[in-house]
Design a protein around this ligand. Structure first.
Ligand code: NAD
Length: 278
């Protein structure tokens, strides 16, 4: 009996990084079924294969997080394939308008842009475009809201509770941890998490956030291409002196998804190497 046995999980952003690592961890702990919802089909199917190789059951569904109907459809797929929805993890996210996970060229462009923002914050703040703001807020915040609504509707109807886990960030609380639209979107995700926790508690649906520090995924490619002295500078904010591994976030998600956290809701956990000790 694993810590996820009998549970069906839906994971947005499950094609890469933290979503993928979480899917694998859930599979290792005996999840009954896992829906990988992402806009990247090839990587999504790769995650499905990895879950199957780990002895689990998974299916891929195409999702653009900003599309309300597609969020409902991903929940419908979980019901049709696996019979219930017990856990939702919302890991779909972007840092910038043009960020595309796994596209090295886009990642490098994003990393260069971020370096420029750090170099000249005044200009970066003044020049911020509406398109940039809208895209990041749409995917990270509105997309999370849609996913929560769709999952909560089914969880409430099932009448056996559920666990929802949002991916916030250290950026939810610290303005230095990303570009302006990103940190604002993550602060929104954190408040949305607390609000949903209070509203959904009567239905025994728990809602918690994870606020990771810098983790080794496509999203932090900047650590691989920045000059060593910049990387060293950035890691000064992390007492443990390194980026985290995706599995270290997945383990946090596992705890929140499992019944071990049964009296915890409206909380944010920070796998961040000590970032918030200052
Ligand atoms: N990596 C970190 O250091 C870090 C730190 C704090 C928070 N986070 C958050 O964790 C979450 C996962 O990030 P990651 O590091 O795994 O990044 P990642 O780029 O490796 O994975 C993100 C996934 O989200 C998907 N996605 C993006 N836009 C989407 C959309 N509109 N519809 C559906 N899917 C979409 C991507 O295709 C990708 O598979 C994000 O919300 C991110 O902000 C990451």
């Amino acid at each position: 009996m694993g810590r996820m046995s009998e549970k069906v999980a839906v994971i947005t952003g499950g094609a890469n990084g933290l979503g993928r690592a979480t899917a694998l961890r859930f599979a290792q702990e005996g999840a009954k079924g896992i829906v990988i919802a992402d806009m990247l089909e090839e990587s999504g199917l790769e995650t499905v294969k990895m879950v199957q190789n780990a002895g689990g059951k998974a299916t891929y569904v195409s999702l653009d997080a900003v599309n309300r109907l597609e969020n409902q459809e991903m929940i419908d797929v979980a019901l049709a394939e696996f019979g219930s929805v017990d856990v939702l993890v919302t890991a779909a996210g972007v840092t910038h308008q043009d960020y595309l996970s796994g596209d090295r060229e886009a990642e490098v462009k994003m990393a260069v842009k971020r370096a420029q923002e750090i170099e000249n914050p005044v200009q970066a703040f003044i020049d911020g475009s509406l398109e940039e703001w809208q895209k990041v807020l749409d995917v990270n915040l509105t997309g999370t809201y849609f996913a929560l609504q769709s999952a909560a509707a089914v969880m409430a109807e099932q009448n056996k509770g559920g666990s929802i886990i949002t991916l916030a960030s250290i950026a939810a609380k610290h303005p230095d941890a990303g570009p302006t639209p990103y940190v604002v979107s993550k602060a929104g995700v954190w408040m949305l998490t607390k609000k949903a926790a209070r509203e959904l508690a009567p239905a025994n649906i728990r809602v918690n956030a994870i606020g990771p520090g810098f983790i080794e995924t496509h999203m932090t490619t900047i650590f691989e291409i920045a000059p060593p002295e910049r990387v060293e500078e950035a890691l000064k904010s992390v007492p443990m002196g390194r980026r985290g591994l995706p599995v270290e976030v997945a383990n946090t998600a596992l705890f929140l998804a499992s019944d071990e956290s049964s009296y915890m809701t409206g909380e944010i956990l920070h796998p961040d190497g000590g970032y918030f000790t200052e």
